[in-house]
Ligand binder design. Structure first.
Ligand SMILES: Nc1ncnc2c1ncn2[C@@H]1O[C@H](COP(=O)(O)OP(=O)(O)OP(=O)(O)O)[C@@H](O)[C@H]1O
Ligand SMILES: [Mg+2]
Length: 252
């Protein structure tokens, strides 16, 4: 689907092999506060890579950086393009879609208008209609509420809407910053069930989480960020077997 609606991405993909996102020695400071201290991260075609870490570790900073919102040291390449010298519009046009921690919904607009806004840059109306159907299949709660204003929805419903809207933008790389934060277990399950179908659409995913169990359940590979540094990396299987991860993040 992505190749049908986006021009040029196939060439970029060929040029960079199967690497979608490659961060090398990324450093970010806010004044005197250093938030990222030389982060390396790689995300391959179709992969779900999870960046886990506690409050203040630098997860949002990393997402903001790869999406071109912050000045940084080091290198971030998306599909072979250097993020630091690529405009936000170009990154979005090439399919880097960011679902932020704040969700950024239009509160006084209804569900369907919020979703359709996610496809503002897409001319292919058939694609937009098909993708809307995909989102409603993924989250039936949204389909039951097409005319409800976003601001009157529950936190969990708003999170589904934020993810749905990101999907309407035809992501090649979907960046999800802590989608499960503050959600009740039943809603968490709805979000959880959406992950596989999204990956099956061919979407690569960068998922940040404090909910280590959720990340372990869905990631192909993981990075643990603490105080702006990657301190562990591996598959979920490897990290489940890691004493430090078990004791610090999984309650022993
Ligand atoms: N705009 C800012 N100005 C100054 N410091 C900031 C700013 N944004 C983040 N920081 C600092 O950078 C560090 C990393 O913050 P960040 O929001 O990236 O962490 P996080 O892992 O996303 O945390 P959380 O899980 O709470 O969302 C923290 O020490 C934070 O206080
Ligand atoms: Mg954050």
């Amino acid at each position: 689907m992505s190749s049908q609606t986006r021009s040029g991405s196939a060439d970029a993909a060929t040029a960079s092999g199967s690497i979608v996102l490659e961060a090398t020695d990324v450093q970010v400071s806010y004044g005197k506060v250093t938030a990222l201290r030389g982060v390396d991260l790689e995300l391959g075609e179709g992969e779900l890579v999870s960046l886990i870490g506690p409050n203040g570790a630098g997860k949002t900073t990393f997402c903001d950086t790869v999406n071109g919102f912050l000045p940084f040291g080091g290198s971030v390449q998306y599909r072979g393009m250097e993020v630091g010298s690529t405009s936000r519009d170009e990154l979005v046009d090439r399919g880097m879609i960011y679902c932020t921690e704040e969700r950024d919904l239009f509160g006084f607009m209804d569900v369907e208008d919020n979703l359709r806004l996610g496809a503002y840059a897409i001319d292919d109306e058939d694609y937009v209609d098909q993708q809307l159907e995909f989102v409603y299949d993924l989250f039936p709660r949204l389909e039951e509420r097409t005319e409800q204003n976003a601001r009157s929805m529950s936190g969990g419903e708003q999170q589904m809407l934020a993810i749905g809207r990101a999907l309407m933008g035809d992501p090649d790389l979907l960046v999800l910053d802590e989608p499960t934060i503050g959600l009740a277990p039943v809603i968490l399950e709805d979000i959880s069930q959406a992950i596989d179908p999204i990956q099956e659409q061919g979407v690569s995913i960068l998922l940040t989480e404090q909910n280590v169990t959720f990340a372990l359940d869905h990631a192909d590979r993981m990075y643990l960020l603490e105080n702006g540094e990657v301190v562990k990396t591996g598959t979920p299987e490897q990290l489940r077997g890691d004493d430090y991860i078990r004791e610090t993040y999984l309650g022993g």
